[in-house]
Design a binder for this molecule. Structure first.
Ligand SMILES: Nc1ncnc2c1ncn2[C@@H]1O[C@H](COP(=O)(O)OP(=O)(O)OP(=O)(O)O)[C@@H](O)[C@H]1O
Ligand SMILES: [Mg+2]
Length: 296
């Protein structure tokens, strides 16, 4: 019996695709909402419990978190790893992924081209940071997703009310240099050594290219250099599976963001394969490889 669980957070929307497809490979696939998970510390062991089921006894756990789920779930990969359970994440990767600034910084330090970025609490300091980066400037909530929580200010008078509002909600933000682009970006999906790509074209009068903000997917072959940089970015952040947003500027391309839970719904046409199926087949194969490496 080879068992897999898919843990998903409140904000996750597409986990059912993975649960469904996983059943073609694993004997059991259990869907586990994060809000029903208990982390139980005892002298002998730390157990990851879902109701009466000990997830440490599973062969694989696929973790599907977005936004603030990542903070609560931060220790989950480590607990599972200690119990020889395969996850698609390295132990400290959620700490990096939960903060858009730290993930970009990690990539930049690893030699990946990223837009110049600053991390501040939303205060007057943010205005100084924006001046340094130059206008227009991009403002991102540190744990935003789906294009929500990403804003653009054309000048200081546009930035002030945004910062005042964010101060009220006590948000920390990452500012980024705006990469001039025609409202589109390239999404590269990394799955182990494989890459898949498509283009996301923003809706009319929309500079964000997120599908959830009205964008549309088009077939697009990323260059070999983009694919190589994407594979490297995935390794730096500790993900076996992730989505990379590539912005093409006038002076070359930049990675704007790395997502540990990329959307797979309706990507079949643009990518030419059933992504959720391919991911679960990959996890199945990796689980076997992981177990034989550890002599299980
Ligand atoms: N520095 C930038 N310069 C120009 N455009 C940007 C920049 N950063 C983001 N964008 C645009 O805004 C969109 C949303 O930004 P980003 O991907 O960082 O957040 P998100 O989409 O909310 O996160 P997720 O991909 O997890 O849903 C990008 O897809 C891109 O089109
Ligand atoms: Mg994005």
């Amino acid at each position: 019996m080879i068992k897999c669980a898919v843990i998903y957070g409140k904000k996750s929307a597409q986990h059912h695709h993975f649960i469904e497809k996983g059943k073609e490979y694993f004997d059991t696939v259990l869907g586990v909402p994060l809000e029903s998970v208990r982390i139980v510390y005892g002298e002998e062991d730390t157990r990851l419990m879902y109701r009466n089921t000990n997830l440490n006894e599973f062969d694989a756990v696929f973790i599907r978190f977005l936004g603030s789920d990542l903070l609560y779930g931060e220790h989950i990969p480590e607990i599972l790893e200690e119990h020889d359970v395969y996850t698609q994440l390295e132990t400290d990767s959620l700490t990096i992924a939960s903060n858009k600034f730290y993930s970009v910084k990690t990539l930049g330090e690893g030699g990946i081209p990223v837009p110049d970025s600053t991390y501040t609490l939303s205060t007057k300091e943010t205005e100084r940071a924006a001046k340094e980066l130059g206008y227009p400037v991009i403002i991102k909530l540190i744990s935003g997703y789906g294009g929500k929580g990403v804003m653009r200010a054309e000048d200081e008078s546009g930035l002030s009310p945004i910062i005042d509002t964010l101060t009220l909600f006590e948000q920390d933000v990452s500012l980024q240099r705006y990469i001039e682009n025609p409202g589109e970006d390239i999404r590269v999906i990394v799955l182990g050594d494989e890459t898949f790509s498509y283009k996301r074209v923003g809706g009319e009068d929309e500079w964000r290219s997120n599908i959830s903000a009205g964008g549309e997917r088009q077939q697009h072959d990323a260059t070999e250099e983009m694919r190589e940089v994407s594979r490297k970015a995935a390794r730096l952040c500790g993900f076996d599976f992730c989505g990379i947003d590539i912005l093409e500027g006038e002076d070359g391309f930049y990675i704007g963001e790395i997502n540990m839970s990329p959307g797979v719904e309706s990507t079949d046409e643009a990518v030419g394969i059933d992504m959720a199926d391919r991911v679960m087949e990959f996890i199945y194969r990796k689980t076997h490889a992981f177990q034989s490496e550890r002599g299980i």
